[in-house]
Design a protein around this ligand. Structure first.
Ligand code: C2E
Ligand code: MG
Ligand code: MG
Ligand code: MG
Length: 287
């Protein structure tokens, strides 16, 4: 009986694993084709100064819609990382983002913030890739922020100090470093003391939902940590006027989220920025 049950278990698992692996391989070959054919686009989501409403930066978010059907980044980016394809894709995003932000930087002083995978940081010519993207767009280093997740920063910093050296070199060119998904990746804050970091992007898990005291205590603690370390925190996924108001009360300097704007194609964002003269107040509280 035990043998039969064991056999049944295998029968139930094997096809699923095999089809998952097959699915991943197909996705990887689609991605390889997408790199060759330039099938990607980038959308931009404004980051807003909570006091003035001024758009300080825009986050570059990769989009891929093979045959017109969008594939969520969280479905294809891990595969691109696994197969090393994130290196050429990421280099393309950097170049595109620097080119697209140029007019917004000239007119409104807006920076661009670009997500970077651990795999890209380990490429020996990563600094060159960044600096040439800036140079070719005729953009100063101060117009670029690199977003690196907390998990990647911590694991890189314990492996060796190569990443510290790399990020310090880029910072000398004015490039800033943001910790993405802050608060979810690691149980120790010690790395903040020795890694070169400028900005905390507070994960959506800490964007206050209902204003309950306990929930607010976590948000307040993280915002205060950022403020006392002189890091310019950005709260992620702010969806309502109430959330924006609570973050203002906690002295959180910046935020992004659907309340201010969804990620938009460059042309659409240009129209939004021009209409508001670089200011975004968000959707007003319903009367
Ligand atoms: P992330 O860097 O934390 O980006 C923020 C995500 O939150 C984006 O999802 C954005 O569309 C979404 N978002 C923004 N405002 C709101 C809101 O008010 N509510 C909710 N529910 N969500 C909001 P997206 O575009 O699907 O990207 C997912 C993740 O994929 C990103 O998370 C980032 O880790 C990764 N990613 C995106 N583009 C790139 C890229 O060019 N390179 C790399 N390496 N990763 C990227
Ligand atoms: Mg990000
Ligand atoms: Mg994030
Ligand atoms: Mg996130």
């Amino acid at each position: 009986a035990a043998k039969a049950a064991g056999k049944n278990r295998l029968a139930a698992y094997e096809p699923r694993l095999a089809s998952e692996r097959h699915e991943h391989m197909r996705l990887a070959s689609d991605l390889r084709r997408a790199v060759a054919n330039n099938e990607f686009t980038v959308n931009y989501q404004p980051v807003v100064d909570l006091t003035s409403g001024r758009v300080t930066a825009v986050e570059a978010l990769l989009r891929w819609s093979p045959d017109g059907r969008p594939v969520p980044p969280l479905d294809f980016i891990p595969i691109a990382e696994q197969y090393g394809l994130i290196v050429p894709i990421g280099a393309w995003v950097l170049r595109q983002a620097c080119r697209d932000v140029r007019p917004w930087h000239d007119r409104f002083g807006i920076s661009v913030t670009v997500n970077v995978s651990g795999r890209q940081l380990r490429e020996p010519d990563f600094a060159q890739t960044v600096l040439s993207a800036l140079r070719d767009a005729d953009l100063p280093g101060s117009a670029l922020i690199l977003e690196i997740t907390e998990t990647v920063l911590v694991s890189s910093s314990t492996e060796s100090d190569d990443v510290t050296v790399l990020l310090s070199a880029l910072r000398e060119e004015g490039v800033r470093v943001a910790v993405d998904d802050f608060g979810t990746g690691y149980s120790s804050l010690a790395y903040l003391r020795h890694l070169p970091v400028d900005i905390l992007k507070i994960d959506r898990a800490f964007t206050p939902e209902g204003g309950m005291a306990e929930e607010m205590a976590f948000t307040r603690a993280i915002v205060e940590l950022g403020n006392s370390l002189r890091l310019s925190s950005i709260a992620e996924a702010v969806e309502t006027p109430e959330q924006a108001e609570r973050l203002r009360e906690l002295d959180c300097p910046q935020a992004q989220g659907y309340h201010f704007s969804r990620p938009l194609p460059a042309e659409d964002l240009t129209a939004v920025l021009n209409a508001g003269n670089g200011i975004l107040h968000g959707i007003p509280t319903p009367a």
